[in-house]
Design a protein around this ligand. Sequence first.
Ligand SMILES: [Fe+2]
Ligand SMILES: [Fe+2]
Length: 330
Amino acid sequence: MAFSTSHKPSDRGTDFFPVSPLMIFPEAQGNFEVYVAIKGQYVLYCKQNERLNPEKRRKLHEDGVDFVYILKTQRHGYDAYIQANLAQTLRNEELPLKERAFVLYSASINTVEEFFEAGLPPSLKRRKLRDVISLVKESLDFLTIPQALSKLATLISCNYGLYAHSVNTLTLTAAVLQTYNPAHKTLRNACIGALLHDIGKMSWTRNQFDRDAARIKALEFEAPDPHPSVGAAYCAALPISREILACILLHHERVDGKGYPGGVNGEEIPFHVKALSLVNMYDRLTSKEQGGAALAPFDALKTIKSSLSGAFDPELFKRFVMILADARIT
Ligand SMILES: [Fe+2]
Ligand SMILES: [Fe+2]
């Protein structure tokens, strides 16, 4: 292998994070350096703001390199690069479907890991991260058909924060539902539904996203919107089950019957959707990515209990609080 220069980091394993070479897109330049590991040393393979040309990329493939490495101090540059290029890569029909699916999987796992790192209690991290990652993989396997990938690409290009919210919602939905030991099929469908639940927002304009963020920031919750029905219509052509469709269509319904789009009675909302609906609100209240309320977890739970009493299943709420408080309930 020929390298442009070399670099020997002082402390292996703490300075770098691994990514698949497929996550370094040939025609895009990133504001970070790319290293390869050779005999216990990290060697610079691609400089900052240099394109990893197809030849260099092919060389990695030929040499069976599964991971390249990026300095943790340059994580911000890498995240911005993924946000800017992911949707386009998913739509690139010159890339094999399997490769695009892997890119989506890697980006999603990255989001799950960051979310666990930043937002969940330590012992939950240890116990659940592997389970959630396998559920993400299973959900995405299901979605790697060309029509579904193109819908997810549109969602990502429409608003990357919305995609991150969808992955966070999947993570929390899995964390809550797993404590009830549901049928695996229901758990998997709830995860796929969580990924797709806001897909109807693909039709939103920038202004609508801004208005929605301002509303959540001001803790104003009464704003019915057609995105659940629009999302269900978007997904009509996908081979999705009723359990998944219910996540998309019913995630803004309330147990007191005052939700939207149908104002259906709480008993008509499936249990997995009630869980999704609760954690959806929690992520909206705590997340910074969509410019929302960015409340601390305790304040978000307080808001859900006071301003949104009647919206969510009280038993599920208690369970969720215990999970976030890291109670050992499984
Ligand atoms: Fe929604
Ligand atoms: Fe949502």
